[in-house]
Design a protein around this ligand. Structure first.
Ligand code: PEP
Ligand code: MG
Length: 551
């Protein structure tokens, strides 16, 4: 028995045999034909690889689709293709040329000072490896697990996870990789426990078929656990199973504290699939739809495509309100062709500032949103509003979009309610003025509010101790926002990650904030904490602000 420590990637505990996919030795040393023949072989392999990726996309959901689409598009990338072409022209075999170009591209991406782009390096390796395998005559098969297992690899390629048969892939343990890697993100979305960065010694020792305990709570794995460990894990798994069946009734239960105070629990989502999942878990609607995710694949959906996307989101929410945040691009959310390199992107042209600087993009989104508002209970809010000037400018763009739709005879809801994210201290400090300008609701984004209040970049681990989520300063800014909402009789919600923490969520409710928007997979945990919360007698409690736009 031996324990290895790693880094958290996706929640859960699992005990199962190891599955180590046999990666065939690549035949990079096979006979090399004339460059023209090698080029033709390469071109054919790229077509086949793209076909495989298209097939995989058909059964992928949400972010998985984006990753596969990125890989498909990469195989059309001019720079990559000409790099491969140059190696072939210089006498390399096609497989060796792709392998080499892929490694160079991936290394270059790993050096980029942008976490999102760095993530893409694994995708470059994944897509190029797919082409190499086709050239070798050993195209990537589906993961053939004969029993439910834990996948052990040096680094899991994102598309590998998607080929596992449902129910067979119980966990992922990687000797390399990082929490931020796409494979970790996909594991999280699919609810598969994962620990990464377990180190080369683990990779050496972990044999196919050996029993492994993977515990994402302690970020560790135990290889060949002894009887006592197996017994303890089995008991923990039993308790968890009991707890999850206990959670099942929670879905339908109304969200009320012990004394009967209602709390509106909404979900943070990025598209129809996770909206459907959140509604199935009992969410009262969508408190934050991060619309910018649709722009981060490198595609710019036109008005019609965006309109259909928003209408699909409304349908997925089954009549419950959907709050769409207009594009919040910039900082760690870069869209190629839109964001320019900046010295200090967190303080740069992001969120509504970028939209105001690019009225073409903003106008298209506003027209699509206004049209979708005719189809269901939509709300729209602007990110990174710094004060009334931004609000007025954004609403002037709304007026222009409405005028354009009127002249086209397009249907939209005249009274569509617009609100503002409160995620910059200046917005919290002037929340009263924002409400006086007609802001229809506030949504407090604590992720950014905390970073801007404490001048602690949320992407820099070295200043994490300054990133104080519930400091007195942050509490005061939230308190001012809530007071302004009460005075103006408009709703206010918290949609930052802090609301997904059951203890903090309960604390917010105690302080009189009764509308929270949380990450889908935290919904039931937060709800459970609220159902167990007892508020003091009514006369000694703060009066909550209004709970919904239409009340
Ligand atoms: C926030 O800042 O709290 C928020 C919800 O926005 P994002 O995390 O997308 O910046
Ligand atoms: Mg934010």
């Amino acid at each position: 028995m031996k324990e290895y420590k790693g880094t958290f990637a996706s929640e859960g505990l699992v005990m199962a045999p190891i599955y180590r996919p046999a990666r065939q030795a690549l035949g990079l040393g096979r006979v090399v034909h004339a460059p023209s023949q090698e080029r033709a072989l390469f071109d054919d392999a790229v077509v086949l690889a793209k076909d495989e990726l298209i097939r995989l996309q058909q059964r992928a959901v949400g972010e998985q689709k984006d990753i596969l689409l990125f890989q498909q598009e990469l195989l059309d990338d001019h720079a990559l293709l000409s790099e491969v072409g140059d190696y072939i022209a210089a006498g390399a075999g096609s497989a060796a040329a792709v392998e080499r170009a892929g490694l160079i591209f991936a290394r270059a991406l790993e050096q980029v000072d942008d976490a999102y782009i760095r993530l893409r390096s694994t995708d470059v390796l994944d897509a190029c490896r797919r082409v190499v395998e086709i050239l070798d005559g050993t195209p990537r098969g589906e993961m053939k697990m004969t029993r439910p297992s834990i996948l052990v690899a040096e680094q899991v390629l994102p598309s590998d996870i998607l080929t596992a048969e449902p129910g067979m892939l119980l966990g992922i343990a990687c000797s390399g990789g990082s929490t931020q890697s796409h494979a970790s993100i996909i594991a999280g979305v699919m609810g598969i426990p994962a620990v990464v960065g377990l180190g080369p010694a683990f990779w050496e020792a972990a044999e196919d078929g050996a029993l492994l305990v993977l515990d994402a709570e302690t970020n560790s794995v135990v290889l060949d656990p002894n009887e006592a460990v197996q017994q303890t894990v089995a008991e923990r798994l039993e308790r968890q199973a009991a707890l999850s069946s206990q959670y099942a009734w929670l879905r339908a239960a109304p969200c009320r504290t012990i004394d009967g105070t209602p709390v509106r629990l909404l979900a943070n989502c990025s598209g129809p699939q996770d909206i459907e999942a959140a509604i199935a878990l009992g969410a009262d609607g969508v408190g934050l739809l991060r619309s910018e995710f649709m722009m981060m694949t490198g595609e710019f959906p036109d008005e019609e495509e965006q309109y259909r996307f928003y209408v699909d989101c409304l349908h997925a929410a089954k009549g419950r309100p959907v709050t769409v945040r207009t594009f919040d691009l910039g900082a760690d959310k870069q869209a190629e062709g839109i964001n320019e390199p900046e010295e200090n992107p967190a303080l740069g042209l992001r969120g509504v500032r970028l939209c105001l600087a690019r009225p073409d993009i903003f106008h298209t989104q506003l027209c699509a949103l206004l049209r979708a508002s005719a189809e269901g209970p939509l709300r729209v809010m602007f990110p990174m509003v710094s004060g009334v000037e931004d609000w007025r400018d954004a609403m002037a763009c709304v007026a222009t979009a409405k005028a354009a739709l009127r002249s086209r005879g397009a249907r939209f809801q005249e009274g569509l309610v617009f609100g503002s994210m409160i995620e910059i201290p200046s917005a919290a400090l002037t929340a009263r003025e924002l409400a006086a300008q007609g802001c229809g609701f506030f949504s407090i984004g604590t992720n950014d509010l905390v970073q801007y209040t404490h001048a602690a970049d949320r992407m820099v681990p070295g200043v994490a101790h300054y990133y104080r989520q519930d400091s007195l300063a942050v509490q005061r800014l939230i308190g001012m926002t809530v007071e302004a909402a009460k005075e103006a009789d408009i709703p206010v919600c918290i949609c930052g990650q802090t609301a997904s923490d059951p203890e903090l969520a309960a604390e917010y409710v105690r302080r009189g904030l009764h509308m929270l928007s949380v990450t889908g997979n935290r919904l039931l945990k937060v709800k459970k904490a609220l159902l167990e919360l007892e508020l003091p007698p009514e006369e000694s409690r703060p009066v909550p602000p209004r709970m919904a736009v239409e009340e």
